[in-house]
Design a protein around this ligand. Structure first.
Ligand code: SF4
Length: 65
């Protein structure tokens, strides 16, 4: 089985808030103001929106794989 997880590079994130808007089930804003991805496997039905967040992040801080 393929496990898909999201990751946010906090060094790169500019705190724009877009990813929790697109996929709030996986991404949220951490206490430090940077985005963070849930450290769980992304369920099939959410992979598409997680990938959308990955594509639309203005600084490409997100990896979904
Ligand atoms: S979309 Fe990218 S820059 Fe914006 S909050 Fe999410 S990770 Fe940070």
């Amino acid at each position: 089985m393929v496990t898909v997880k999201g990751h946010v590079d906090k060094e790169t994130c500019i705190s724009c808030g877009l990813c929790p808007d697109i996929c709030p089930e996986i991404f949220s804003m951490d206490d430090d103001g940077k985005a963070i991805a849930l450290d769980n496997e992304i369920p099939d039905e959410l992979v598409e929106s997680a990938k959308e967040a990955e594509e639309l992040c203005p600084v490409e801080a997100i990896t979904v794989e």
